[in-house]
Design a protein around this ligand. Structure first.
Ligand code: PLP
Length: 463
């Protein structure tokens, strides 16, 4: 591990002077100083002061096999020596791209047998917009252009994928939605379900898709995109009625279904893909994050035989990135898939991690500030509330209590993220039972401290 770095205060000053952070209030951070992460092994990070932090977010939902695997370093080094870069634009290919494509076709459900490689989740969703529009134009239906997504869904931060993303605070800041994108509401029963049962509410929210298709005209709608389980929106697990109804609507109206599996793919939900957990049959899947466990950036658009046939019949597909099918990234992804498979990590996530973590996670609802606890596989959330029975929001700024809780977690060497007043986890899938116990102990301590602080600051009030 690299220990010969500058002292923390000097690193923080240089960071403040020169480094612009994503999704951050830079002014506030620069006054305070960033926490400097210097190393990672398994589920633990090390910071520049020598603290060991349990990373219950797997980086950004991506480090599925855990940090610091020696095999990954070897594969990257070997691939760099063998072929450090070549493109696949001009009627060329290379071994890692071919082997990874074959492996993805084997793993992906149904006939999702074809991959277009990208560098990230965001540009994969940009690719998906291009694919579905070109698909329908090639099929002689050039008016089918609109992609429907959901408010509070997350699909990336480029102009295209950011338009699909349903975070209004992003649209307000220079991501004006591009033409041909429409949004429907999310199946977030805790926040919006009122007096309905979760099942009735799930059906109602799914049927908003059908209403939107009617409003826009079926002949103008290309696709619907959604995460099988919303991640960045706060790990919103849809009611059981939701996905079957969405699938029915897509089938009935000739709408392509895009499952954004950037988080839910590669074991996160206890199966290889969230579509399998949720019982859906997408035409296209977005993959990134867990595809390489975050060791090197890579993303992809997986598509069905039918979609690929149409695109391949459509002449030149005028799209691609310099780093589409980067050989080092592809080799790293292949090794990651080998580790996930041969070490039984996906299987263990479903049979061991999921039930153990679920029991512990749901026990947090006995805390005075915790309303519902939701969890699928190894992605979970708890809703913080000043009044459980009425599922009330806090008075004052939304997310203020969640922010306090996150700060307490970080101080207690636990990375748990807040999305408004929901706390979310998505730990490396290799987490052991003892590490889950530690996660829950630190979460409880942090909840207690956040509860005391919220009360002391007068924030523990019903809106
Ligand atoms: C993170 C994420 C993206 C964007 O991926 P990047 O690699 O950050 O561009 C897209 N969709 C979902 C569901 C994500 O969680």
């Amino acid at each position: 591990m690299l220990e010969n770095h500058l002292p923390t205060a000097e690193l923080q000053a240089l960071d403040a002077a020169h480094h612009m952070h994503p999704f951050t209030d830079g002014g506030a951070l620069n006054k305070k100083g960033a926490r400097i992460i210097t190393g990672g092994k398994g589920v633990f990070l090390t910071d520049s002061d020598g603290n060991r932090i349990l990373d219950a977010m797997a980086g950004l939902w991506c480090v599925n096999i855990g940090y610091g695997r020696e095999e990954m370093a070897q594969v990257a080094a070997n691939q760099i020596r063998q072929l450090s870069f070549y493109n696949t634009f001009f009627q060329t290919s290379h071994v890692p791209a071919i082997e990874l494509a074959q492996r993805l076709a084997e793993l992906a459900p149904g006939d999702l047998n074809h991959v277009f490689y990208n560098g990230s989740g965001s540009d994969s969703n940009d690719t998906n917009i291009r694919i579905v529009r070109h698909y329908w134009a090639t099929k002689g239906k050039p008016d089918k252009q609109i992609v429907i997504s959901r408010w509070n869904g997350y699909h990336g931060s480029t102009i295209g994928s950011g338009s699909l993303t349903g975070m209004k605070y992003m649209h307000e800041q220079g991501v004006p939605m591009i033409d041909g994108i429409a949004h429907i509401n999310e199946p977030n029963w805790w926040a919006d379900g009122g007096d309905m049962t979760p099942e009735d509410f799930g059906l109602m929210r799914a049927r908003e898709l059908e209403a939107k298709i009617h409003e826009l005209g079926e002949g103008n709608v290309a696709a619907f995109i959604a995460e099988p389980v919303q991640g960045a929106g706060g790990v919103i697990v849809p009611p059981s009625t939701y996905w079957p109804e969405i699938q029915r609507i897509c089938d009935a109206h000739e709408i392509l279904l895009i499952a954004d599996e950037v988080i839910t793919g590669f074991g996160r939900t206890g199966k290889w893909f969230g579509s399998q957990t949720m019982g859906i049959r997408p035409d296209i899947m977005t993959i990134a994050k867990g595809l390489s466990s975050g060791y090197i950036p890579i993303g992809g658009s997986l598509m069905s035989d039918e979609v690929a046939d149409v695109i391949n019949d459509g002449g030149d597909f005028n799209h691609g990135y310099t780093y589409s099918a980067h050989p080092v990234a592809a080799a790293i992804a292949l090794e990651n898939l080998r580790i996930l498979d041969e070490e039984g990590i996906v299987e263990r996530t479903g049979s061991v991690v999921a039930p153990y973590l679920k029991a512990k996670w749901e026990s947090l609802t006995d805390h005075p500030m915790v309303g519902e606890a939701k969890i699928v596989g190894a992605m979970g959330s708890i809703a913080l509330t000043p009044h459980k029975e009425s599922r009330a929001k806090f008075a004052g700024k939304q997310g203020a209590v969640g922010y306090i809780c996150r700060e307490r977690c970080f101080a207690n060497n636990l990375v748990m993220r807040h999305v408004g007043d929901r706390m979310v986890i998505s730990p490396p899938l290799v987490i052991t039972e003892a590490e889950i116990d530690l996660l829950i102990d630190r979460a409880r301590l942090s909840l207690d401290e956040a509860y005391d602080k919220a009360k002391a600051e007068g924030l523990f009030k019903v809106a």
